[in-house]
Write a protein that binds this ligand. Structure first.
Ligand code: MLT
Length: 246
């Protein structure tokens, strides 16, 4: 039964469902485990100052022409002519320290733009799971976990993360939402052997075909980064000094 004394925690399982939810006054957690939100966290770990997420390759080209470094991915592959694709390993370099980065990906940056009605927007990945959980517990506001999915379809990895996050905050939030209950059940089934469970995921199989399956292992590591990137005014940032949101 709904517990009105606690803030709500809802899961939106694909971006196609976003219009069915009221995001006003809520904190959106944008989830694209393979790989956009994981790679964003890596870029911040390696000193990126801010990331400008854009939906279209054409917009990224315009930013790149103005001198910014740019990452572009479509269908799991780097778009020709860009500095980076979307592998977390692309961003493990010192060159990006203190730089702005433009990024466009098939689903992750699109989900960010579709969630603009939310009061606050954070970037979630397994890499910063604990930090996201701590932040939303402290803020104690209604949360919507938004799964970027694959071209508007459901995917396992984003729902798994939503379930992991919901489980971590279950003592504080009202989890009485069918999608949240499903995500937690999925997480409970998979958590003891996440990598093996993920072998069947469509995006994991796509990665195997593209020869980039080491990215999966990397992106499934839990809570190795202590910060929570925040999307505000068209830009994603963390506080470089404290590792906290600004
Ligand atoms: C996306 O935004 O669709 C992705 O993160 C896809 C990928 O690069 O794996």
């Amino acid at each position: 039964m709904e517990d009105l004394s606690k803030p709500s925690f809802e899961v939106i399982l694909t971006p196609a469902l976003i219009p069915l939810y009221d995001l006003k006054g809520k904190t959106a957690i944008i989830i694209d485990i393979l790989r956009a939100t994981s790679s964003m966290c890596v870029a911040f770990e390696y000193g990126v100052r801010n990331i400008i997420p854009v939906s279209h390759v054409e917009d990224a080209i315009i930013h790149r022409k103005s001198g910014l470094k740019a990452a572009a991915e479509r269908d799991g592959q780097k778009v020709d002519g860009f500095d980076f694709g979307n592998s977390p390993f692309d961003f493990m370099i010192d060159d990006l320290n203190g730089q702005s980065l433009v990024m466009t990906t098939t689903n992750g940056t699109k989900a960010i733009h579709l969630s603009s009605k939310a009061e606050k927007m954070y970037i979630g990945s397994f890499l910063n799971l604990q930090a996201v959980a701590d932040k939303i517990i402290t803020e104690n506001k209604p949360v919507v976990a938004i799964c970027s999915g694959w071209k508007d379809r459901f995917n396992l990895e984003d729902a798994l993360f939503a379930g992991a996050l919901a489980s971590q905050v279950s003592h504080v939030f009202d989890l009485n939402d069918d999608s949240t209950i499903a995500a937690i059940a999925l997480w409970n089934t998979a958590q003891s052997n996440l990598e093996a469970f993920m072998k069947n995921a469509s995006h994991a199989q796509r990665f195997e075909r593209l020869g980039i399956d080491r990215d999966i292992q990397f992106c499934l590591q839990q809570s190795i980064y202590p910060f929570v990137p925040e999307v505000a005014n068209g830009m994603i940032k963390i506080d470089a000094e404290t590792g906290n949101n600004i």
